[in-house]
Design a protein around this ligand. Sequence first.
Ligand SMILES: [Zn+2]
Ligand SMILES: [Zn+2]
Length: 175
Amino acid sequence: MLTINVAQQLKESIGAEREYELSGRVDIDGKESTVEGQVKLTRTDRGIVVEAHVTGKMKIACSRCLAEFDHPLSLNFEEEYLQTVDMASGGKLSLPGDCGNFTTDARHNLDLSEAVRQYALLSVPIKPLCRKKCAGLCPHCGQNLNQGQCQCPSAQVDPRWAPLLELKDKLKGKG
Ligand SMILES: [Zn+2]
Ligand SMILES: [Zn+2]
């Protein structure tokens, strides 16, 4: 769980800091990822500011060969979680309209999962590659060329290289 109960901290004065180590599972794009991180929580006048450093990995698909691979995560973010319920009275606090902030829940739990999910998705490159020189798929038979050549004629040696290969063979013969 990436949830921290901040009830005690909300009773402290503005500027009060706490640090936590946490780890847990986050659902990112329908796939479970295990992450861990260090967070610093600072009490503000309207909630808690979280400074988080989160690492882990998530499964994403290569844009060239479509194979899934582990994309390493190293996320640094800062978000203010607004307090939704008054500590003393238990009454609902009014939130600034369409602020887009995260919030703590009625029991003063601060859940980092959604922030981690959003920052993880932002960290994914537009065209992710499983490796720098991913060979991709054969456009004819669909074979993953990282796992070896297919039998398609077009996948055989590019004719422009043929003279070089002949030369190589000749040199070998002499040696
Ligand atoms: Zn690939
Ligand atoms: Zn092929």
